[in-house]
Ligand binder design. Structure first.
Ligand code: RUG
Length: 832
């Protein structure tokens, strides 16, 4: 090998400060094309990212090659959302070269923290579901599991949220505007995906009835690969995202007609498929583009999975031994019909065999019980967009209902509930039922949620397949959410118990014995204070509001949704505001209420709640009579990057959903791991958090899921009675209704008041108000005793080890996927 080339090869892998510095200077000139004097912060970000990328490519290829050579069983995580956030800090930390990189940049006169700020936040997801997928990628790579993520490379991620006069306004999020140094385009990895057309029946070579999908429109799915670095950098997996490309023949007809503009227009329309992420947490049915997006990425992923499988196999008998496909919610559930189509129509596998293979390969995670979020596509739309799939779904359904008929013993209600088709009104395909039926395992995301799944949405299916439903309580990656986001606390923990916790979070339990150590408590508080100072500066920059660093940071960060009850929180803030004004001589615990979260653009009630929070904040923050003891801020544009600043700084974590409605929550885990005490209902994973951190170290309030159910069923709940009997709630609502917070438009909040009264208060805000205020009071009282507060905070951090996504992913691997760790072989490293 040419000596110069070889030395470059080594240089590309060198992890020391000099090597990094040389690479930076070389990359800036030869790849970014800039002179050091003219380089912007963004140029430096690209430079550093490209140089870091060099250092992981060899190991990435080694990982892929090892999987191939060992024909290892792979797991494919199909998800319409991956909320990955920034990658530079993550890659540096997981490669273990943060300090070297910092020093190398220092020598060039640059600050790593500034460079990091130039990276856009990859927001290819809405909230918890997408972030969970990103945490799982990190855990699969860290646990050396052969795992691939498959999704869509949206050109526009989740919208950017701004507040204009207190209202949410959405702007496009152009994260790819300046290029993405982490991704590798694969123009050769291209699969056709069809839509529309019709199905033709014919006789195959042995005279059997067969089908082909003809006259369809064709789109191409092109792959973009992003390396996923596991902690330690040994395993580097792949996230493969699909981008839509118009086929060339698609446009030919138009060109020949001379209709150039029409051809171009068609190309643009086709490529719209991967243009934008749908901004709804709860999908509304009836959006054709959304259905096409789901099929587009699922079909491309399955074609890719089969291609990889066929490199080693000549028939599909052992597909379930070589591939596990996880459906992240119902979004990729059409994959069940698609795999059937590929096996039966394209590869000539018999129906029954194909069905066995399909079921053994797929598994499905349910993330919600909310009826509006359970996808159901109109049959007429499905027949038009995916005619062959609709036939396949009919056939799966007919066979299944036929089999169940005997057991249902004439119970037609049961059969119609089990059916894949909802025959009521406008006929719809129930994607949850399809996902359930086509999977060998179906899981919920917290113990409570899984139990409720068995009792509610999937009760009939559970009776039919009692072994299928299982629980996999969510988790979070300790790398991003403690090691990287909270460096002061991470360093403190490591100084006491070593750094084993980064890869094995159960080790953090050893901190529990430090909870009584006064010196440790002091250092723990110091770390928290540092994070609070950072957040206070961020709040000042974003909102112009100055907050007291030593006030109680009371944090509610998540999507804006009525069931998450930001409204309950702001009503309590108004009540507290009134108490402070009524009792000016009392020495109040200063409180800073911090909110952040986006509302779906079409969700008017959630947007009105945003406006209410901003309106209340304006009044409270400018009222001198509360002496700065209460501040309220709503931070704009909540995303992963903002969460990394907020989570480490919180004292109190608001997890106050109506019991039975939050499937799990993962923000609750991030906050508790960072030493915040939870104030919450017995909902989702809060139940398990309480079990781990202990009853004394959490503020639980409100109705239980069972009580919520009973109260609603009884029909005897009257919110007006509750309001009349609670003067502080009544006063808060009166202030809203008389325009104290909206003098320019006193009736602005009529819809909210209406929902809480005549609307029946579906989310039971009024029912839980009094208990919530008491829990808040208990939190404020405890906060006065900083020693006791810190002791409990330490116990929260120490007892959150079980909530690592490494634990969750290993449960999936052993109990659902039967996928095992594979150590990559790194031959190049032994050579040099
Ligand atoms: O709302 C749920 C959260 O409770 C959960 O923690 C998260 C991850 O499992 O998923 C959220 N979710 C549910 N996001 N979208 C949906 C409905 O499709």
């Amino acid at each position: 090998m040419d000596a110069r080339y070889k030395s470059r090869e080594i240089e590309r892998r060198s992890l020391d400060v000099d090597g990094l510095k040389r690479s930076f200077l070389e990359w800036l000139v030869y790849s970014v094309g800039k002179d050091a004097r003219a380089a912007t912060r963004r140029d430096w970000f690209h430079t550093v990212a490209l140089a870091v990328r060099d250092r992981l490519v060899d190991r990435w290829m080694d990982t892929t090659r090892t999987y191939y050579q060992q024909d290892a069983k792979r797991v494919y995580y199909l998800s319409l959302e991956f909320l990955i956030g920034r990658l530079l800090t993550n890659s540096l930390a997981n490669l273990g070269i943060t300090d070297q990189c910092r020093q190398a940049l220092d020598r060039i006169g640059l600050n790593l923290d500034d460079v990091v700020e130039a990276e856009p936040d990859a927001a290819l997801g809405n909230g918890g579901l997408g972030r969970l997928a990103a945490c799982f990628l990190d855990s699969m790579a860290t646990e050396a599991l052969p795992g691939y993520g498959y999704g869509i490379r949206y050109e526009f991620g989740l919208f950017e949220q701004r507040f204009e006069h207190g209202w949410q306004v959405e702007y496009p999020e152009q994260w790819l505007q300046f290029g993405n140094p982490w991704e590798f385009p694969r123009p050769e990895v291209l699969y056709p995906v069809q839509f529309y057309g019709r199905v033709e029946e014919f006789r195959d070579s042995v005279g059997e009835r067969a089908y082909r999908w003809v006259d369809a429109e064709r789109v191409l799915a092109m792959a973009y690969d992003t390396p996923v670095v596991g902690y330690g950098g040994d395993t580097i997996n792949t996230l493969r995202l699909w981008s839509a490309r118009a086929t060339r023949d698609f446009n030919f007809g138009h060109f020949n007609d001379g209709a150039y503009m029409k051809a171009v227009e068609q190309k643009v329309l086709t490529e719209n498929l991967s243009r934008v992420l749908y901004p709804n947490d709860a999908t509304e049915g009836g959006k054709e583009l959304r259905l096409k997006q789901e099929y587009f990425f699922t079909s491309a992923s399955l074609q890719d999975i089969l291609r990889r499988y066929l490199q080693h196999h000549s028939n599909f008998d052992s597909l379930p031994d070589k591939a596990a496909i996880q459906l992240n919610d119902t979004h990729p559930a059409i994959g069940i019909a698609e795999l059937m189509r590929l096996l039966v129509d394209q590869h000539g596998v018999t129906w029954d065999k194909a069905w066995d293979i399909t079921r053994a390969t797929f598994s499905y995670t349910n993330h919600t019980l909310l009826p509006e979020a359970l996808e159901a596509w109109p049959v007429r739309m499905m027949e038009r967009v995916l005619p062959r799939h609709m036939q396949i779904i009919y056939e799966i359904n007919a066979k299944f209902l036929n089999r169940s008929k005997a057991r249902a013993a004439g119970d037609n209600g049961r059969l119609s509930r089990l059916s894949l088709i909802d025959e009521r009104g406008d006929r719809r395909v129930r994607m949850g039922n399809l996902a359930f039926l086509g999977s060998h395992k179906v899981n919920g995301v917290s113990a409570l949620h899984t139990e409720l799944m068995k009792q509610t949405v999937f009760a009939d299916f559970h009776a039919e397949f009692p072994e299928r439903i299982n629980n996999k309580t969510n988790g979070i990656t300790p790398r991003r959410w403690l090691h990287q986001a909270n460096q002061p606390l991470a360093a403190l923990i490591t100084s006491r118990i070593g750094n084993g916790w980064i890869k094995d979070l159960s080790q953090i339990k050893a901190l529990a014995e430090k909870a009584d150590d006064l010196v440790f408590r002091e250092e723990f508080r110091r770390a928290k204070r540092k994070n609070k100072k950072r957040l206070a500066a961020y709040i000042a920059r974003q909102t112009g509001v100055d907050v007291q660093v030593d006030s109680l940071f009371d944090v509610q960060v998540k999507r804006m949704h009525e069931y998450k009850r930001q409204l309950l929180n702001i009503l309590q803030a108004i009540a507290l505001y009134n108490e402070m004004r009524d009792n000016p001589t009392v020495s109040w615990v200063p409180v800073t209420k911090i909110f952040a979260g986006k509302a779906a653009p079409s969700y008017h009630m959630a947007k009105l709640i945003i406006k209410l929070i901003n309106d209340v904040a304006k009044v409270v923050n400018h009222d001198p009579s509360v002496h700065d003891n209460l501040k309220i801020v709503l931070l704009p544009n909540y995303n992963v990057t903002a969460a990394e600043i907020i989570m480490p700084a919180a004292d109190l974590s608001e997890q106050i959903s109506t019991a039975g409605m939050e499937a799990s929550g993962t923000g609750n885990m991030k906050l508790a791991l960072n030493g915040a005490l939870t104030i919450g209902t017995l909902d989702g994973a809060n139940v398990e958090i309480r079990e781990h951190v202990g009853d004394d170290n959490i503020f639980i309030f409100g109705l239980t899921a069972e009580e919520v159910n009973d109260l609603r069923a009884s029909g005897g709940f009257n919110p007006r009675d509750v309001i009349a009997s609670n003067p502080s709630l009544k006063r808060a609502l009166d202030m809203i209704s008389t325009g104290v917070f909206s003098p320019d438009d006193p009736h602005r909040y009529h819809p909210i008041l209406q929902a809480l009264t005549d609307g029946g208060d579906h989310f039971l805000v009024t029912a839980d108000f009094s208990d919530y205020c008491q829990a808040q009071q208990a939190a404020m009282d405890l906060y006065r005793d900083q020693e006791e507060w810190t002791r409990k905070a330490i116990l929260n951090t120490a007892n959150m080890g079980w909530f690592s996504s490494d634990r969750t992913i290993m449960e999936y691997a052993t109990e659902i996927w039967d996928v095992h760790p594979v150590k990559p072989e790194h031959p190049a490293e032994t050579e040099t």
